[in-house]
Write a protein that binds this ligand. Structure first.
Ligand SMILES: Cc1cc2nc3c(=O)[nH]c(=O)nc-3n(C[C@H](O)[C@H](O)[C@H](O)COP(=O)(O)O)c2cc1C
Length: 148
């Protein structure tokens, strides 16, 4: 199965999660930063995983720009994650993953699982304890699913 993981990351935490997800695909995954990914090529993968830090309740500007450049994703299997603060008050702004998922669905993609969030303890990290392990479990469940 051809898997592509595309991420953005300001402080490195989302990049770490993306790498762990790529590793869970046992070497079959390409892991690209948002600057390296080519929007038109996304539909040539069996599963595309998109990950962004939550900034201001949504994806980063670079990730939003990439999403805006994707021509169409008819039938493509996708999964989405974000990183987000543990602090409860940020909940009011919403998170990146659900918003990215809505955009991908509007492009015709099939979401293989619910959008997921991984927690950081502060703006610059680190990831909360156990989150990388949870990312591995999440990735394995994606890859094991009939559509993923
Ligand atoms: C400008 C800015 C806005 C942010 N806004 C939110 C937010 O609305 N909700 C939230 O949970 N975290 C917010 N954060 C914290 C980020 O989620 C956190 O920096 C990110 O998960 C770290 O990932 P990275 O190391 O890959 O950049 C914000 C961070 C920055 C820098």
């Amino acid at each position: 199965m051809k898997v592509l993981v595309v991420y953005d990351s300001l402080y490195g935490n989302t990049a770490l999660v993306a790498r762990v997800i790529g590793e869970a695909a046992a070497g079959e995954a390409a892991v690209l930063s948002v600057g390296e990914a080519k929007p038109a090529e996304l539909c040539s993968f069996d599963l595309v995983v998109i990950g962004s830090p939550t900034q201001g309740g949504r994806a980063t500007e670079a990730m939003r720009a990439l999403l805006a450049r994707i021509p169409a994703l008819n039938g493509a299997n996708v999964a989405v994650f974000d990183t987000r603060l543990v602090a409860r008050w940020v909940k009011v702004f919403g998170y990146a993953a659900g918003k990215i998922a809505d955009e991908l669905k509007a492009l015709g993609a099939t979401l293989v699982t619910e959008p997921e969030g991984f927690f950081v303890e502060g703006k610059e990290g680190p990831l909360a304890e156990g989150e990388l392990a949870r990312a591995t479990t999440w990735a394995r469940s994606l890859l094991a699913s009939p559509t993923g």
